[in-house]
Design a protein around this ligand. Structure first.
Ligand SMILES: [Zn+2]
Length: 245
């Protein structure tokens, strides 16, 4: 990235922080276009499986997102103002507000662009189709893919005890789940290369069925007849955990 572009992004980030600091009873559209994250992915990868932020607090920053739970006890999916936990049995459970997270990413989902895709295509082709519609690779995007999937493969994670291992060790024994001809919603983000470490560049999707009873972190999929909605998010705000200080 050129220096001027970096300064532009720094300015945008600072503007986002300033806006979040304003006291107001009604949030402006600008405040709602914030990608809000708690903790960093690199911290989670290193075994930072504890955190202080509750899902009740997180809901004040968005109605749509992905994340995990204390001890990496499953995969989090937030959609339509509801937070779900897909546990290691592959089933989805509603999440109480006092439940805490070690890592989560949310935003208020307000689509800027939508498209319908009614051809069978795998996840990689789906991502390429979405890529073709994006105005730039340098913005974070929240993405919802809703409809019928010919195939879906997800994983979840069993809860870990202290001392926590690195996440890569945990994922070696991840339980996986397969769905055929399933209706549901993929909730996720496409993030720019410069967010590496703080988060993961590229696409990251979680899935939940239309019945909201199963899902997980998406490993593979085949979309069949889906609506794709993309929310451009031009601010990025991160709260870092202090529980280990
Ligand atoms: Zn995930």
């Amino acid at each position: 990235m050129k220096k001027s572009a970096a300064l532009h992004w720094l300015g945008t980030l600072m503007l986002g922080i300033t806006l979040l600091g304003c006291q107001s009873t009604r949030q402006s559209a600008a405040e709602r276009d914030v990608l809000f994250q708690y903790a960093t992915l690199s911290g989670l990868m290193a075994g930072g499986f504890d955190g202080e932020m509750t899902y009740a607090e997180l809901k004040q920053h968005g109605d749509f997102g992905v994340g995990t739970f204390i001890g990496v006890d499953g995969e989090m999916i937030q959609v339509d103002h509801q937070v779900y936990q897909v546990k290691a049995d592959g089933k989805a459970y509603p999440v109480a507000g006092e439940t805490k997270t070690p890592f989560a990413v949310v935003t208020y989902f307000e689509p800027d662009h939508t498209l319908a895709l009614d051809q069978v295509m795998d996840c990689e082709a789906l991502k390429t189709e979405i890529d073709h519609r994006l105005p730039t690779e340098d913005l974070p995007y929240a993405i919802k893919v809703e409809g019928t999937f010919a195939y879906m493969k997800t994983r979840s994670v069993p809860p870990q005890k202290k001392p926590y291992p690195p996440l890569a060790e945990v994922l070696k024994t991840q339980p996986t789940f397969e769905f055929q001809e399933v209706e549901g919603t993929m909730v996720g983000f496409r993030l720019p290369a410069y967010m590496d470490g703080a988060n993961a560049p590229g696409y990251h999707f979680h899935f939940i069925t239309a019945e909201r009873d199963a899902g997980g972190h998406v490993l593979a999929c085949q979309a069949q007849d889906v609506q794709v909605a993309i929310d451009y998010t031009d601010k990025w705000y991160t709260v870092l955990p202090t529980d280990t200080l």
